[in-house]
Design a protein around this ligand. Structure first.
Ligand SMILES: CC(C)(COP(=O)(O)OP(=O)(O)OC[C@H]1O[C@@H](n2cnc3c(N)ncnc32)[C@H](O)[C@@H]1OP(=O)(O)O)[C@@H](O)C(=O)NCCC(=O)NCCS
Length: 222
């Protein structure tokens, strides 16, 4: 039998569609487009929405670092710590990325969402749709009990998306964002009954992904 890349890494066979939105595992070909989107800008240079200020890197380091992050994330998949990193397409156009990061998911049943869109694609409701899709996927298809998020208090778009999708505030943290720069981070939590749903999901490639992360008790990775 001929092997496919999805046999080697089942995330590459995962597809979640919701109306005009599609979330898919990121192939190396997709990575080229994703790195170009990141290089072309995610936020104004004087802002920093991310915990790790990876978008401060100069363009060459930024694209290589983005690719290296995705390659390393694939290589390090295990049932005890995995980050589902999906590309986001809207009307067939690659617009950004949506993640769900977990630790000890089989016990904790929780994961933290993280996402970004290229600047040209922001402010059109796509961020809300992709968050609704990943949360519905986590609850309905991965048996999550809650989903968390966190956003710096100077990131109104991310906080607005969280609130529209049904997350509630869950405390604040004082963090160092860039060297020497204090930033307050708002923590948020969403439970299944509070999710404000978007378009219904159509999911492909689920059984192999569930096996990869040790759900269904089959072949958990070490
Ligand atoms: C956060 C992000 C993914 C949201 O996606 P998006 O497509 O822009 O979001 P949406 O259009 O679905 O919704 C944005 C909401 O924020 C609101 N908003 C945006 N800027 C705002 C501001 N300055 N003040 C108040 N509300 C604001 C919008 O009005 C909208 O709410 P509404 O639909 O009720 O009007 C996107 O903006 C992004 O990639 N930002 C940079 C990276 C980032 O911040 N990632 C998240 C890290 S926690």
């Amino acid at each position: 039998m001929t092997l496919t890349l999805a046999d080697l890494h089942p995330v590459l066979g995962l597809r979640i569609a919701a109306g005009p939105l599609e979330l898919r595992g990121i192939t190396d070909d997709d990575l080229l487009g994703l790195c170009a989107l990141a290089r072309d800008g995610i936020h104004p240079p004087d802002q920093m929405p991310f915990y790790v200020p990876w978008t401060d890197a100069e363009p060459g380091a930024l694209v290589r670092g983005t690719a290296a992050y995705h390659w390393s994330n694939r290589a390090e998949y295990s049932s005890s710590a995995w980050a589902l990193e999906l590309g986001v397409w809207y009307d067939g156009v690659l617009v950004g990325s949506q993640g769900l990061r977990t630790r000890r998911f089989l016990t904790t049943r929780t994961g933290e969402t993280g996402s970004w869109l290229g600047r040209a694609h922001q402010g059109r409701g796509i961020g809300t749709r992709m968050r609704q899709a990943i949360c519905a996927f986590a609850f309905d298809h991965l048996d999550a009990a809650e989903v968390t998020s966190g956003a710096f208090v100077d990131n109104p778009a991310s906080l607005a998306v969280s609130r529209k999708v049904g997350y509630r505030d869950n405390g604040r943290q004082r963090l160092e964002r860039r060297p020497g720069e204090l930033a307050v981070n708002q923590q948020l939590v969403l439970t299944p009954g509070a999710l404000v749903r978007g378009d219904p999901l159509e999911v492909e490639g689920l059984p192999a992904f569930r096996r990869l992360v040790g759900l269904d008790g089959a072949d958990p990775l070490p």
